[in-house]
Ligand binder design. Structure first.
Ligand SMILES: C[S@@+](CC[C@H](N)C(=O)[O-])C[C@H]1O[C@@H](n2cnc3c(N)ncnc32)[C@H](O)[C@@H]1O
Length: 236
């Protein structure tokens, strides 16, 4: 679930391009009412083995964490994934804000989780004798269980997968999330689907996908992207 982030802006990449409105005349109170209503309506839909992953950034993630603790209980908390990226722009007043937060909560103790692996260039045996040290162009590495900081490049407009929708997320990010927390055949539901990235990733990984969005622009873009992915189960 990748809702508006409380940016206070109409999100649009080009003057004529698709857009959605992330302005909240009633300020944080209005935004949190929106988020709370969305979470409250979705939480009961989760399968017993399901997880809810909520993607936000520094503007509201701390509020959402409290709300999710209330909904799922503190034991429902699974991960806060930091999506780190490098984009242009910076500030003379603070460090570059170059990460988003993905809060993952589970409906119950039997949630799906697949251990993913990543390369570690510390190339250390960690006290285990059966660890193999391999080499690539960066140097020696070992395969270790993936951590919760994900360095995945943000989309650039000239990339093949970029479809012009504002705040479109990379397929690599959604694919990793879906691989980690769902099984093939599971249903991925995205209630703020935008350009449909989660749905496209879900289909490519043999999951079913349902998405919707209040922006007609988003639905049009997502439908176009989903053409040819065998999306009989899709509904908008
Ligand atoms: C951050 S964007 C999603 C981007 C998407 N993940 C992608 O990769 O393209 C947030 C989306 O939430 C939608 N939205 C805003 N309010 C909504 C609501 N009440 N219900 C459903 N969708 C909503 C916006 O139209 C926008 O497309």
């Amino acid at each position: 679930m990748d809702p508006p982030f409380f940016s206070g802006r109409v999100r649009r990449n080009q003057p004529q391009g698709p857009a959605y409105d992330d302005r909240w005349p009633g300020g944080l109170t209005q935004y949190l009412e929106f988020l709370r209503a969305l979470l409250n309506s979705l939480a009961p839909l989760l399968a017993p083995h399901g997880v809810l992953a909520l993607h936000l950034d520094h503007r509201a993630t701390h509020w959402a964490r409290l709300e999710l603790d209330r909904l799922f209980g503190e034991k429902g908390f699974i991960n806060e994934i930091i999506w780190a990226y490098r984009t242009g722009g910076g500030s003379r007043r603070h460090l570059g804000r170059k990460h988003d937060n993905i809060l993952v909560y589970a409906a119950g103790p039997d949630y799906v989780f697949h251990v993913l692996r990543e390369k570690s260039y510390l190339a250390h045996h960690y006290g285990f004798s059966n660890i193999t040290i391999e080499h690539d162009e960066r140097g020696p590495y070992t395969w270790v269980a993936m951590r919760d900081v994900w360095d995945i490049a943000a989309l650039r407009g000239n990339q093949h997968e970029a479809c012009g929708y504002p705040t479109q997320k990379p397929l690599a990010l959604l694919s990793r999330l879906i691989e980690c927390f769902t099984n093939p055949g599971d249903l991925v539901l995205d209630p703020c689907c935008g350009s449909g990235t989660a749905l496209v990733a879900a289909r490519a990984l043999s999951r079913s996908a349902v998405g919707w969005d209040t922006s007609a622009d988003a639905v049009a873009v997502a439908q176009k992207r989903l053409r040819g992915t065998g999306t009989a189960e899709l509904a908008f």
